[in-house]
Design a protein around this ligand. Structure first.
Ligand code: GN1
Ligand code: MG
Length: 359
């Protein structure tokens, strides 16, 4: 009843005849609604514990998607949100829950690339997103999660947790803590470049995982990027870096055998090619800093996992007591591997940038 009533708040074509829950996401409740006019929609209840201000969040999403829709060649390349009869992009129900509705686009998303081409497609999608929004006034967006990639601040919070050591876990993570604290200076460099204006403020996605890219069922080409909840002002190099951290790694984020975790340089090259091809408006400084984006995103998430381990697993969902420690360890291994492959990463970026300039 609650779902049906929420659906009726939106300007759908036809009346709903069926409703199916889509269970891929972990944050919002998501339903697919089909109407008697043969139209399909996605209805979502926004998780208001994670997102404290759903109205401002929807303000970001609608501003960005409307802007994108005016600039894409194929309408499926930007999500389309449906207005309510009140003329807003959200519906607030009697229980205080917030809902939104968008067109359903048939397609599929992958957790890991089955071929390098899949990863390349995701680079094109996120690069296009960056490019199409390059003249959008990023500072006009609301910061859904303030200081999200302020690595300097992340380290400050990390050190505060170490000092408190509320669960007596610090002793279990001595080596990991020592390594991460040694990287503190380097980990702060991009934030300083943001503050000095050396790197421009951009519209960023902040969850640039492959599974947030919708691929066309027939052509397997990227259609659009999904999950715009964390769209905020930020740095392009962070979006690039997070995609690499997650997608160009040879093991899962919580692999227990750290020996399996490495940076796959071929996938790193593939993503760099797609991203630079699709986003020619990146400045030379941004391009130069792409490897740094990958390293810093990896260090930052390692710090966040380890802080959460020390705090007693308050933020990230865990399946066993050492889960966050394992995650941090595995990310540290990836960061170390990036440092070992640093010259190769920089060479690949320089070569790719030179190739793009010639085209
Ligand atoms: C969280 O929930 P998910 O997987 O989309 C986190 C990211 C981390 C990621 C690590 C809002 O993302 O920043 O990189 O876990 N998102 C938030 O797995 O904190
Ligand atoms: Mg997400």
């Amino acid at each position: 009843m609650q779902i049906e009533r929420a659906a009726y708040a939106f300007q759908m074509e036809g009346n709903p005849v069926s409703c199916e829950e889509l269970t891929q996401g972990h944050i919002n409740k998501t339903l697919k609604i089909t109407t008697d006019a043969g139209k399909e929609y996605v209805l979502q209840m926004i998780n208001k514990y994670v997102f404290r201000n759903p109205i401002r969040l929807m303000g970001n999403i609608s501003a960005v998607t409307e802007y994108l829709r005016q600039r894409v060649e194929d309408k499926r390349q930007a999500q389309h949100f449906i207005l309510t009869y009140k003329g807003t992009y959200y519906h607030r129900d009697r229980n205080g829950e917030f809902w939104r509705m968008s067109d359903y686009v048939g397609g599929f998303a992958l957790d890991t690339p089955e071929t390098p081409e899949d990863f390349y497609q995701s680079a094109l999608a996120f690069g296009r997103f960056q490019q199409l929004l390059s003249n959008f006034p990023a500072e006009a967006l609301y910061e859904t999660i303030p200081e999200f990639h302020n690595t300097i601040d992340r380290y400050r919070q990390f050190r505060a947790s170490l000092e408190l050591d509320p669960c007596d876990r610090v002793a279990q993570a001595k080596a990991e803590i020592a390594y991460l604290l040694k990287q503190e200076k380097i980990a702060g460099t991009l934030q300083l470049m943001r503050e000095s204006g050396e790197l421009p403020l951009r519209v960023t996605h902040n969850d640039t995982k492959l599974n947030n890219v919708l691929l066309d069922k027939e052509t397997r080409k990227a259609l659009c990027v999904l999950d715009l909840d964390t769209v905020m002002p930020g740095l392009s190099v962070h979006d690039f870096g997070d995609a690499i951290r997650y997608g160009a790694a040879t093991a899962a984020e919580d692999e227990t055998d750290v020996d399996k975790m490495e940076l796959d340089l071929d996938l790193f090259r593939v993503y760099t090619e797609g991203y630079l091809e699709a986003a020619p408006s990146l400045t030379d400084k941004e391009v130069e800093m792409l490897p740094m984006g990958a390293l810093i995103m990896t260090l930052e998430v390692a710090v966040r996992f380890l802080k959460d381990f020390v705090d007693g697993d308050l933020y990230f969902k865990t399946s066993y007591p050492e889960h966050n420690l394992i995650r941090a360890r595995t990310q540290i291994k990836l960061a170390m591997d990036m440092q070992a492959k640093w010259d190769d990463m920089n060479r690949i970026v320089a070569e790719t940038a030179a190739k793009m300039r010639k085209q």
